[in-house]
Design a protein around this ligand. Structure first.
Ligand code: GDP
Ligand code: MG
Length: 719
């Protein structure tokens, strides 16, 4: 039972608990920055390891996957129990959400069955105490034979007490510590004893597992344990026979199956214990949650409410965001104009003004909008509403033959496809993982928002918020339909069942909201200084070279002549000629040639070649679509302070972009192949074959849908 005298004193502890009980918060409070993240061997479930010292012990702690139970039904549960049995940690800390103590203790009981050295961590103690309930931790510790320590995980309160309890336990000074047997009622208890005895006679069969635990699992019909015993061995087959007989016996005696009888036994045990230690049910919060849920997750009302929230969010993104956006826009324009005026006319000044400021500047003005969107999403998440949205969509998913849990990665896809694709790891079967990975990119990620903001703002004015709302909706519909199509053609098997977790509603804290918003916005800013800056510079070169002397010479002459005249009309003419020169330059540049090369492909969609080029460069990152348009419609330089913005350039009738084509363009950006980083993520999670499949199907889908919208729209006279 753990090391005693000998130095160095090493300890291995494990954190077990339900999802959302605060395990990771506790883990982080214990370890600070000293952690390793990897995968559990053989499965794609995250493995977090941390190291720290406490009272002279070198402690290794592992954050086990969140589980409600220790059956063999899901990967997480198998990972958790295999670790507990094979690695034999010195102490297991069960992180319990004190506000949900009854349900959480179900796992505690199973940990007791497994015979581990247990400490119960009553986490979320702050929330628990504010709702007026009382829990006698000492009494509970005595009943369970395991120390009980209250903590507030995300604030690091009580962590030292928890670790002191660990040390006390291994030094065998914890007064409450003992192994309590759980009882399940007379029918089960009798056969359990019989089976346990049989198993104890054949220790070679059961390895590290406690005999009584194996007996329980046999009665529950656990497949893994059955496998363990299906050997060509007399004792093993005798045990299996006995288990079978016992199962039938319990079935007849209770008119129910043993698995159910055993779980009822556990709940009964918990009920009994809680009667003694819990003085008041934590009803207030749950009651409020229940009342809110009756509206938010209402069978019919829930959906329009969900849509209304999203719609409001986009209205805010546009209308409130427009104010700071105007300031940044003015600043970028002023900077470009000032630099153009002060720097001597040269390639370098053009690179700075047209390339860097034109490219990065056209993207950075959307930062306020992005921050508002992130703030809104953080609010929906932190308040607990997002889980309700997932719950609602779960019904839709099931009806369509998709795994309900798939909606969580899909929801994350609104932020960024890359972590969303990584989140498919929480799905059990390869089928569900691959299927979800393929449709995640259809959820409109935040990098696409600047494109919508630009195009929507340019062509749909007052109705821009609604246009973007429709685009997002279209992404959801496409994901559902495509998912359905793939589910019934490429992946024909049923999804596994699961329970959707609904945490109570919480009032989001300002600090939490700001941290979440900032974390995500920071990534946007980093992209700005990195990939978008680089892409803008490369684009500028491709647009500025080869330098076209032949054509500009005659123009230059004309410009000089007009300038010599010097009248208002002549200066107007100069500006026109300069614009012509720039247009000719860009058309005959490398990028212009590439654009003309792909023009036939995009022409049926109503796109101009500049738009086609921006779609190609958009492979790097979706924001680059905007910076490309910024560079191609060279909005930085010659007009200077009074120059037109990118929006004005796009609207210019000379460019012949119709609102219909603009909408088709937004749809194309929504549906076509995501950025390179996402493609790499798809390859890592689903393999090279599926990566190519994903690229091909999204390109085809984007083209066909945009084609349909533009052509049909033109036919019915929307063009
Ligand atoms: P895990 O799924 O078990 O790893 O849970 P997390 O550590 O991710 O925590 C889930 C949520 O609960 C996070 O938003 C935490 O900030 C929050 N949380 C964790 N511990 C506490 C606590 O003691 N009190 C309160 N009020 N919130 C907590
Ligand atoms: Mg966690």
């Amino acid at each position: 039972m753990g090391p005693t005298m000998a130095a160095p004193k090493n300890l291995k502890i494990a954190l077990a608990g339900n999802p959302n009980s605060g395990k990771t918060s506790i883990f982080n409070s214990m370890t600070g920055a000293r952690q390793q993240v990897g995968n559990w061997p053989g499965v794609t479930v995250e493995k977090k390891l941390g190291f720290f010292t406490h009272k002279g012990y070198e402690i290794e702690v592992v954050d086990l996957p969140g589980t409600y139970s220790l059956t063999a039904y899901s990967v997480e549960e198998r990972v958790a129990r295999t670790y507990l049995v094979d690695e034999k940690p010195d102490v297991v800390i069960h992180v319990v959400d004190a506000g949900n103590v009854a349900r959480n203790l179900y796992l505690t009981v199973q940990l007791l069955e497994l015979g581990v050295d247990l400490i119960v961590d009553m986490n979320m103690w702050d929330e628990f105490t504010t709702c007026g309930s009382e829990l006698d931790c000492d009494r509970l510790a005595t009943l369970f034979g395991a120390p009980v320590v209250p903590t507030v995980g995300h604030r690091g309160i009580g962590i030292d007490d928890l670790l002191d309890a660990v040390v006390k336990l291994v030094e065998e000074r914890a007064e409450q510590h003992r192994h309590v047997p759980i009882t399940y009622g007379p029918h089960v208890d009798d056969v359990l004893s019989e089976l346990t005895e049989l198993l104890e006679e054949s220790p070679e069969l059961i390895g590290n597992y406690p005999a009584r635990w194996i007996a329980i699992k046999l009665l529950e019909g656990d497949i893994e344990i059955r496998k363990l015993l299906s050997k060509d061995d007399d004792n093993a087959s005798r045990i299996l026979d006995t288990a079978e007989r016992a199962t039938r016996h319990i079935g007849i005696a209770t008119k129910s199956d043993p698995e159910k009888v055993i779980s009822e036994g556990r709940y009964g045990y918990i009920e009994g214990a809680l009667k003694e230690v819990l003085t008041e049910e934590p009803t207030d919060r749950m009651e409020l949650s229940r009342r809110l849920d009756s509206v938010f997750t209402h069978r019919y009302l829930g959906y329009p409410i969900f849509l209304a929230f999203v719609w409001i969010l986009f209205q805010l993104t546009f209308r409130v965001g427009a104010i700071p956006m105007g300031w940044i826009d003015a600043f970028v324009g002023w900077l470009g104009g000032t630099l153009a005026a002060t720097l001597p006319e040269s390639q370098i000044s053009s690179l700075v003004v047209d390339g860097v400021i034109g490219g990065v500047g056209s993207v950075i003005i959307f930062l306020p909008n992005i921050m508002i969107l992130f703030l809104g999403i953080a609010f929906l998440e932190d308040s607990g509403y997002m889980s309700r949205a997932a719950f609602l969509m779960d019904r839709v998913m099931h009806a369509l033959g998709l795994h309900g849990k798939s909606f969580i990665p899909l929801l994350m896809g609104f932020g960024c496809s890359v972590p969303a694709i990584m989140a498919t790891r929480t799905l059990e079967s390869r089928r569900d993982r691959t299927l979800t990975t393929l449709i995640v990119p259809l959820m409109s990620c935040s990098a696409r928002l600047p494109v919508y903001l630009l195009i929507g703002g340019a062509f749909f004015a007052e109705r821009a918020g609604t246009a973007v709302f429709i685009i997002y909706l279209l992404g959801i519909v496409a994901a559902i339909l495509i998912g359905r199509l793939f589910a019934s053609t490429l992946f024909r098997s049923a999804p596994a069942p699961f329970v959707m977790e609904l945490p109570p509603y919480r009032r989001p804290t300002a600090k939490g909201l700001l941290i979440h918003t900032w974390e995500r916005s920071r990534i946007y800013l980093q992209k700005m200084g990195g990939v978008i800056l680089a892409a803008s510079v490369v684009l500028w070169f491709l647009g500025a070279y080869p330098q076209n002397a032949g054509l500009t010479e005659s123009l230059e002459q004309e410009i000089a002549e007009q300038q010599a005249i010097g009248s208002v009309a002549a200066l107007e003419k100069v500006r026109e000629l300069e614009a012509d020169a720039a247009a000719i330059q860009i058309e005959s540049s490398y990028i212009g040639r590439a654009g003309q090369f792909i023009e036939p492909v995009i022409e049926p969609l109503g796109f101009r070649w500049e738009m086609g080029v921006s779609l190609i460069t958009g492979f790097v990152a979706k924001e680059v679509v905007v910076s490309t348009l910024g560079v191609l419609y060279h909005t930085g330089a010659e007009e200077g302070v009074s120059g037109r913005t990118l929006v004005e350039a796009l609207r210019d009738p000379a460019n012949e972009i119709t609102p219909l084509a603009a909408f088709a363009f937004m749809v194309f950006v929504l549906l076509y192949t995501p950025c390179i980083v996402t493609i790499v993520a798809i390859r890592r999670e689903a393999g090279t074959g599926w990566m190519w499949f994903s690229i091909a199907y999204q390109l085809a889908l984007a083209w066909l849908v945009s084609f349909g919208i533009y052509q049909v729209g033109t036919l019915v006279g929307l063009g």
